[in-house]
Design a protein around this ligand. Sequence first.
Ligand code: FMN
Length: 187
Amino acid sequence: MSSVTDSILRRVSSPKLCSPGPARSEVLKIVECATRAPDHGRLKPWKFVVVQGEGLEALGALFEKSLLSSTPEASEAKKTKTRSMPLRAPLIIVAIAKVTAEHKVPVIEQVAATAAAIQNMQLAAIDLGYGAMWRTGGMAYSEVVRAHFDLEAEDQIVGYLYLGTPVGEPKEIKPQEMSECVEFWDK
Ligand SMILES: Cc1cc2nc3c(=O)[nH]c(=O)nc-3n(C[C@H](O)[C@H](O)[C@H](O)COP(=O)(O)O)c2cc1C
């Protein structure tokens, strides 16, 4: 088994992440890996916004603004929790599908390419010794957040990839039974 296969089989998400996160040169390597995702029509239908330092607080403020636009009566606790969400890691890559609508490559395939790019980044980050967690939640679909990132109607925030140093031991994953998800057509 190649080391790539072995790493994929051992991959787990890391919900708890602390500093240090990847350095700028490592982030660029991670994003370079994103751009090697399979991409129908070579449309490069993605944009990556790297958020760190004070940018994480700015993202938290944006999340709180989004919360207040839908729930003006939100409690202080909810506001604090929402504002703190980006502080769960030292660095976040916001992966956006900037799609070409009305193209022969359907929008869903452009979003799928961006999803593949995120997974490339997750694997690259782990290979560089970091932990990662792909998150979405309401803040991936919020109109306030979408407007901030200047998204057109069919563009998508496909994921917030949280990156940093894992805290604690990786969880054990029970492998899925192959018979649950695979069938062979070979008769
Ligand atoms: C598109 C997408 C969105 C996700 N959003 C969240 C999320 O918002 N919150 C969360 O706890 N997990 C989310 N996950 C799942 C985690 O990234 C992770 O895969 C899951 O917790 C299982 O852990 P594992 O990756 O170690 O198997 C998302 C996964 C995908 C593919």
